[in-house]
Design a protein around this ligand. Structure first.
Ligand code: ZN
Length: 463
């Protein structure tokens, strides 16, 4: 009742007050989800041409880059032609930051953000305020696939304070309580009192959707399962309609844990700070549908498109951010393009994420292919992979160090490790086992199963 009131009245009223157009953007996105592929492609082609023209005319970095490549926007006549433009590297964002900002957009219509927690590199970037409408609409669309509707409660189990207002004033608090209806549970450090607090808060709040980084949610879910303290005495278990995970790779055993503890389906979503929502699972849970109206994704290895079903580095072209156009941005994530129609009937193309970032992968010295750290973990451990138990570090082209918590060392058998590594890398990789007191999480609050310490040049990312 209340959620329907918010959806029909309070939310549109607040949009009018704040001058946003999120609901309108959501309607546009939903209208193309099931449309014939040609209609979707016509729309995104128009958007692509428009942003290329804009970049050439108004962004000094791209004007130079197009000239260096001997290109004008009219030379790009198909999606394939886009490959004639060299990729945009993270180092370009740092070194050429000012030259990447559009000169025709007033300063007050731009806002500055930064990403880079998990890769350890601070990457500043800019967005124009207008594109926030479609970025927010894209998030609502994906959240909607889980069964959630605007006006229903969402709980965030989130390590990154920068995604929310650091100090909430009365206005923001009212807005969060009555319009966004969200509960924010920060998970940067999860000690026992914090876990207790979060479990009780979830029990009282009864969210329809839990949006979470998977690794902190693993710790919280295990705490809830072990303590059986769901909230105030006598209350029912925490039963959201769905869990949506984002920000870190979702491993199969963790998906099963969330399904068990929260008794609901789990949706894997791939998003980035720079470009927003990339892709999300639908109710068929058969790969992730790409947010193709808003982002054009390419999957490459050594500068060539990979075949469907093969992992490749993702290049993103953001069709909406005119403040700082991202054209063929090498976001340092790895994904797998998928083929064929989804049983849900949506025509948006699909991809798979074996694991997230390039640094979540081990590069094979045998043939340069990417081997997912998450799946290596899966094969190495006698029991299923767990947060903070094990970490694979590629510290040289042909060497791995596998860190294991002393108290958990019985879950690794040396002979088994040697055999798995020999099989995965065709005998070209050496391995050292290292017992450690504990495996800490990163500054950003993320836990890492795999860390690739090789330099960009060795990963094929150098500029
Ligand atoms: Zn689907």
């Amino acid at each position: 009742m209340l959620s329907s009131l918010i959806r029909r009245g309070l939310y549109p009223l607040n949009e009018w007050r704040e001058g946003t157009r999120i609901l309108c953007g959501l309607r546009d996105l939903e209208s193309t989800e099931y449309a014939p592929v040609d209609r979707l492609n016509d729309g995104r082609w128009r958007k692509l041409k428009a942003i290329l023209d804009h970049a050439f005319t108004n962004v000094p970095f791209y004007r130079q880059r197009f000239r260096d490549a001997g290109l004008a926007p009219d030379d790009i006549r198909s999606f394939d032609d886009l490959r004639r433009i060299p990729p945009l590297a993270k180092t370009d964002l740092v070194r050429c930051h000012d030259a990447l900002i559009a000169t025709n957009i007033p300063k007050e219509a731009l806002h500055h953000r930064a990403s880079g927690g998990s890769t350890g590199r601070h990457t500043p970037f800019v967005r124009d305020n207008a594109c926030l409408n479609i970025k927010n609409a894209a998030q609502f669309r994906f959240d909607g696939w889980t069964g959630w509707k605007i006006g229903e409660k969402v709980a965030y189990v989130w390590p990154a304070i920068q995604d929310f207002a650091a100090r909430e004033g009365v206005k923001q608090r009212l807005r969060r309580t009555f319009v966004d209806r969200s509960l924010i549970l920060l998970s940067g450090s999860l000690d026992e009192p914090t876990l207790e607090h979060h479990a009780r808060s979830l029990g009282r709040y009864r969210p329809k959707l839990i949006r979470a980084f998977p690794n902190p949610l693993v710790i919280l879910a295990k705490f809830i399962r072990a303590s059986n303290r769901f909230g105030p005495k006598g209350s029912a278990p925490i039963r959201p309609a769905a869990v949506l995970t984002t920000g870190e790779p979702l491993l199969a055993p963790h998906r099963r844990l969330f399904e068990e503890v929260f008794g609901c389906p789990v949706f894997d979503c791939y998003a980035s700070r720079e470009c927003g929502q990339h892709a999300c699972e639908c109710e068929a849970h058969d790969g992730l549908h790409i947010n193709a109206d808003c982002l054009y994704l390419e999957f490459e290895r050594d500068g060539q498109p990979v075949a469907t079903g093969e992992p490749g580095q993702i290049l993103v072209t953001d069709l909406d951010n005119y403040g700082m156009p991202f054209i063929r941005y090498a976001i340092e994530d790895v994904g797998i393009p998928l083929e064929g129609a989804c049983s849900c009937g949506r025509t948006l193309p699909r991809m798979a994420m074996q694991a997230g970032r390039i640094s979540d992968f081990v590069v094979s010295p045998y043939d340069g292919s990417y081997v997912s750290g998450a799946s290596l973990c899966h094969y190495l451990l006698v029991a299923g992979p767990d947060v903070g138990q094990l970490q694979i570090v590629q510290d040289a082209r042909d060497h791995l160090t596998i860190r294991i918590k002393k108290s958990d060392s019985q879950i690794l058998e040396s002979a088994h490790v040697q055999e798995v590594v020999a099989r995965a890398f065709r005998g070209a990789m050496r391995v050292t086992l290292q017992e450690v007191d504990g495996i800490p999480h990163e500054k950003s609050g993320k836990y890492r199963f795999c860390i690739n310490e090789m330099k960009d040049e060795e990963l094929g990312l150098g500029t």
